[in-house]
Design a protein around this ligand. Structure first.
Ligand code: GAL
Length: 364
């Protein structure tokens, strides 16, 4: 009998070694504080380039730190995002990292998270109307707008006394995205002196978010609005500047401008701003179809979030550099703001290729 037992024991040991070697058994999470604990990462959509990078960066870094990651994309459906977050709570997530689709839509599900003592990090977009947001990791959203406005001022040498007048149209981001109001505020605060003095002329007169906002940040929505503006206000003169808050809108705006004949000597492309340095848009920068894009290195933001997760799991206070700006309607959410920078045809190589963000081939 003893002989049989020792043979069986040897066989089991051999089998488990073989399984480990083939990777069939769930290998324990990597090194770091994670020890396999579950982190839920809820991203809004795969249809805009940046969120794919955000999700991949965070999953990679969190797994390296030893966490198990449940990464979900909600195809810009609020209902889908809410049920994905509910599912993360059910699966025992310790922390939720959420880039909300509609910042006002998560109060109910975050009530459930709070009951389970799950900490919540708002990612890139502030979550509003609930006390159950513990931290906010983002880029300085107001500065994104300032960089766009300042680029226009510098390019036209307005501070040096250039009087124009220059025609300009303004686009806003999705009305359910808190960031959109900061982007617009930074840009318009920067440009306002030149609008008030008549150097910059918004022929449509459209500057309110209700007039300029593009739902879902959709390129086709921006293209349709640009078409309408060109038809209604620019039949007999060119538009000189288009303030676009991000690259997905800038893609639609370029498509509209091209269809209206811009890009020729009589109709040069307007100064066109953007944000995210999406691959399509960096190609537009190189082609002279877009003027600049604000670069927000998603690797930096992901690192910041992993740092927050590690601190929370250790019961220590995460690294915070802003405790005043982001009032979510219930409380001021302690935040870390990463620094955005502008990219244009003159510095994109150093900023995007030398840093390893993109390869040369990706931009061909
Ligand atoms: C914003 C984000 C920007 C912009 C937009 C569309 O909230 O901060 O990077 O691209 O969403 O994703």
């Amino acid at each position: 009998m003893k002989r049989i037992l020792s043979i069986l024991l040897a066989a089991v040991m051999l089998l488990s070694v073989a399984l480990m070697a083939t990777g069939c058994t769930p290998t324990p999470a990597g090194s770091g504080g994670g020890s396999g604990k579950l982190i839920g990462v809820a991203m809004p959509t795969k249809s805009l380039q940046r969120w794919n990078q955000d999700g991949a960066n965070m999953k990679n870094l969190l797994e390296k730190a030893g966490y198990t990651v449940d990464l979900q994309y909600a195809a810009d459906s609020v209902e889908m995002q809410v049920s994905q977050i509910e599912n993360m709570i059910t699966k025992g997530a310790e922390i939720l990292v959420i880039a909300s689709i509609d910042g006002e839509s998560l109060g109910g599900v975050l009530e459930q998270a709070a009951k389970e003592n799950i900490k919540v990090i708002a990612y890139d977009r502030l979550i509003k109307g609930t006390p159950h947001v513990d931290y906010y990791a983002t880029f300085d959203n107001y500065k994104v707008g300032v960089l766009q406005g300042q680029y226009i001022i510098d390019t036209l040498k307005l501070a040096e006394g250039e009087k124009g007048p220059f025609t300009m149209e303004v686009f806003g981001g999705s009305p359910d995205d808190n960031n959109a109001y900061y982007f617009n505020g930074g840009a318009m605060d920067t440009l306002r002196p030149y609008i008030d003095s008549g150097v910059l002329v918004i022929k449509s007169g459209q500057t309110d978010m209700e007039q300029i906002a593009i739902p879902g940040w959709k390129s086709e929505g921006a293209q349709a609005r640009m078409d309408n503006l060109l038809t209604a206000y620019y039949a007999d003169e060119n538009v000189d500047i288009v303030l676009s808050p991000n690259d997905s809108l800038a893609q639609g705006i370029v498509a509209s401008l091209k269809a209206a004949g811009y890009g020729s000597s009589s109709k040069p492309y307007p100064i066109l701003t953007g944000q995210d340095c999406d691959i399509t848009n960096v190609k537009q920068l190189i082609a002279g179809e877009q003027s600049m894009s604000v670069f927000k290195d998603t690797r930096t933001l992901a690192e910041k979030v992993v740092g927050m997760v590690e601190a929370i799991m250790k019961g220590t206070e995460p690294d915070i550099n802003d405790t005043e700006t982001y009032d979510n309607g219930v409380k001021v959410v302690p935040s870390y703001l990463c620094d955005p920078v502008f990219a244009d045809v003159n510095n994109y190589k150093e900023l995007l290729i030398d840093s390893g963000y993109y390869t040369e081939d990706q931009l061909k």
